[in-house]
Design a protein around this ligand. Structure first.
Ligand code: MBD
Ligand code: FE
Length: 284
C-alpha cells in the first residue's frame, strides 16, 4: 500500500511551522533553506516510500559520519565540491572572467599555519623511505598576465602511503610534513622539492567507504598536489595538479580532475640534468 501525504495542506503548514516561517525572529535565509531542504526530503520519503528502518539507518550513518569527522570527505564523494566549482566557473563565464589555471576542489585535509619561506621550500622531511624526489617550479601571474612578486603559494600533499600529516592514522608524521607556504620571489617565481605523493583512499571501514560501496563506487583519488595561490588585491585560487600517468586520473572519487591540471612530469635520472638545471635547490 502506498500513501502520499506531502501535498496535503496540513503537511505544507507543518513544513512552514518547523522551518520557522511562522516566527518573527531567526534568519530568513536559514528559514528559506531549511524549508526547501526539509520539503525535498519529506517529498523523497513520501514518493520513495522510505521505511522507518531506512530513515533511522540514515540518521545513524549521519552520526557515524560526524563522529568520524568525515562530513568533509563524503561531500566531495557525493560531488558537492565539484558542483560548487562548476557553479563558480559558470559565474566567471557569465562575467567574462577567464581563469588560465582552472580551479578545483580544496578537499578536507588542508591545515593552516604551515611553515613559510621565500622562493623555495623543501616540503618533505626526508623520512618517507619510498619517496621519489619531485621538483616543481613555476611563476604566479595576475589576470593581466604579469608576474606577481610576493604571491603566496600554499602546497600540501600526502606521502607514499597516501597519508597526510595531521591525519595520519599511524601517527608517524611530524606536524606540517609536506605542507608549506612559499612566497614567490621578485619575479613571481616559486619552487619546491618534495616527494611524489601516491593516490589517496578513504579510510577502510569508515562510514564514507560504507556509503560509497553501497553505491557500487570506490573511494580512491589519483596522486595529486593541492595549492592555494593568493596575493594582495587578488582573489584566492584553490587548485590541484594530478601526477601524469596515474590510472585513476579520470576515475577520481572526488571528481577533482580538470583539463589543464595534469602537467607533464619529466623523469631526471642523472645528477647532471638535475643539478645542471639547478632543479634541486633554490633559484640560482
Ligand atoms: C583528499 O586528499 C582530497 O584531496 C579530497 C578532495 C578528498 C579526500 C582526500
Ligand atoms: Fe588531497
Amino acid at each position: 500500500m502506498t500513501v502520499k501525504i506531502f501535498d496535503r495542506p496540513d503537511t505544507q503548514a507543518f513544513l512552514k511551522e518547523l522551518s520557522g516561517l511562522n516566527s518573527d525572529s531567526g534568519s530568513p535565509r536559514v528559514k528559506a533553506l531549511i524549508h526547501r531542504i526539509v520539503s525535498d526530503l519529506f517529498r523523497t520519503i513520501d514518493e520513495m516510500n522510505v521505511t522507518p528502518d531506512e530513515y533511522w539507518t540514515a540518521v545513524a550513518w549521519l552520526n557515524d559520519i560526524g563522529a568520524a569527522g568525515q562530513a568533509g570527505l563524503i561531500s566531495p564523494g557525493l560531488g558537492f565540491d565539484h558542483f560548487i566549482d562548476e557553479r563558480l566557473d559558470a559565474i566567471d563565464d557569465a562575467l567574462g572572467i577567464d581563469n588560465p589555471t582552472p580551479r578545483t576542489i580544496e578537499g578536507p585535509l588542508y591545515v593552516a599555519g604551515a611553515p613559510e619561506s621565500v622562493s623555495f621550500a623543501r616540503l618533505d622531511d626526508g623520512t618517507d623511505a619510498d619517496g621519489h624526489t619531485l621538483i616543481m617550479h613555476g611563476t604566479v601571474h595576475g589576470s593581466d598576465g604579469k608576474p606577481l612578486p610576493g604571491a603566496k603559494v600554499e602546497v600540501w600533499h600526502c606521502d607514499t602511503r597516501g597519508f597526510y600529516s595531521h591525519f595520519d592514522p599511524t601517527g608517524k608524521q611530524a606536524p606540517f610534513n609536506m605542507r608549506r607556504s612559499i612566497i614567490a620571489d621578485e619575479n613571481g617565481r616559486y619552487k619546491f622539492q618534495s616527494i611524489l605523493p601516491s593516490g589517496y583512499g578513504v579510510p577502510p571501514g569508515s562510514p564514507t567507504e560504507a556509503l560509497l560501496s553501497a553505491l557500487g563506487r570506490h573511494g580512491q583519488r589519483p596522486a595529486h598536489i593541492h595549492f592555494f595561490v593568493s596575493a594582495d588585491d587578488h582573489r584566492k585560487l584553490t587548485t590541484q595538479i594530478n601526477i601524469e600517468g596515474d590510472p585513476l586520473i579520470n576515475d577520481d572519487f572526488a571528481y577533482a580532475t580538470r583539463e589543464g591540471l595534469v602537467p607533464s612530469v619529466i623523469e631526471c635520472t642523472d645528477e647532471a640534468s638535475i643539478h645542471g638545471n639547478n632543479l634541486n635547490g633554490p633559484f640560482a
